[in-house]
Unconditional design. Sequence first.
Length: 357
Amino acid sequence: MKNRKGFSLPLLLIVVLLVILSVGVFFFFRNSQKNMVWNEPNFFDSEFLGVSYIKIADSGNSAPLWSKVFGSEISKTDKEFLNKYLANFSIKNLPPVSQSNDLIKKYKNLLNVFDSAKVLNSYQCSYQMGEVCNFSVIMDASNLASLRATVFLNQNKLPEAVSEAKSIINVGESISNNGDDVINLLVGWKIQRLGYQIIKGINEKGEKTYLTTEEIGNKISDLRKSHTFVLKLMYIRNSEIIDYITSENNELSNLVLFEELKEPVSIFRKEIGSGLGWDTGETKKYFYDSIKNEISNIEKPCGDEIKDSKIGIKLDQNNKQEENYVGKELYIVTYAPLGSSNVKRCEVESLINSLKN
């Protein structure tokens, strides 16, 4: 038994802000080489057909705007100032106007891009497709826009503050509603949370801004639809990787094969070539069942118990003759539950529901 180097799979990452999950993997090899034999997929669900990453035209995508300020993150000291007042926003603890105005002037370039981006309904950028995204800068700009809203609040310009908060929500929705990965969802939801917190605070101050029952239903529906779409696309990508392990002639239409993915794919192929069990369809079903469990969690009311999406696949590492040995190994070491993403979405849903008249 050899202890192989750990690796990370971009298609199966659990993102908390910008952290990529790395999983240590132990692989087992035989000395004798046998001809590869592939089993055909044995399951099918039309619900997942047609789910793919569809590129939005640049004219309707705010991502090119944000690329102009790539690397323009604000300083650590200024981040700490913003975090002090915005992390747990309270209408009773607004930042000083003079310092706020200084930061707004200092980072006018970021706010100019924010103001251009807020009128577009789409932000589409995909790490999975090899694109360089600018999420940290967008978060900084959204925090600055929130700071601008607090200046309006300090000046008792409540309609202007409401307008600013709605723009922040629009930017967040443009990211989460067009995302193809968990990180897009988390960033978009965090920005929306900022906007809704400000509106909630404005209501406490006297400017009553409410949402109708229909508006609340539509916004929550959009949150859950985008969450579900990302999970379905994750399954499609998992499925394509499994097919790619089976044969390099299979295409990856929803994923760019990152350099860090090539080594584990090669190792799994060697394992299969050495005679260890492999069932393409059964392996896909492991991931399919897990994603279906994740989707069932999304469909529950916020506050309900979240089901562990990982299924009980066991692998006897001492029994190399075990059926679908490689498929079980692949699933066990790479699948990570995403239940915590429901918590973040529900934070936004709770704020939306608080705006019911």
